[in-house]
Design a protein around this ligand. Structure first.
Ligand code: FES
Length: 81
């Protein structure tokens, strides 16, 4: 877990559509937040992205601090960092 980089201390608000697939960056090193750009491998973080598939069109809040206990989605953990 020591290779985690805090991308930002707030979630990324994203509008998704039914059928969308998003690949969330779990390591924080991507320059295309909140999505994976392959940096986890280049920087040998030992971490992997999380694939998220959406069945509904909705607003989602991707974790920006990379410390959420709710996978790719914000759980408010950024407030205690
Ligand atoms: S760049 Fe962070 S998980 Fe791929």
């Amino acid at each position: 877990m020591s290779n985690i980089k805090i991308a930002q201390k707030s979630p990324y608000t994203v509008e998704v559509n039914s059928g969308d697939k998003k690949v969330w960056c779990s390591c924080g090193h991507s320059e295309n937040q909140p999505y994976c750009d392959g940096a986890h491998a280049r920087k040998e973080t030992g971490m992997k992205p999380v694939v998220c598939k959406f069945e509904n069109s909705e607003t989602v809040y991707f974790c920006g601090c990379k410390h959420s206990k709710n996978g790719a989605f914000c759980d408010g953990s950024h407030n205690s960092l």
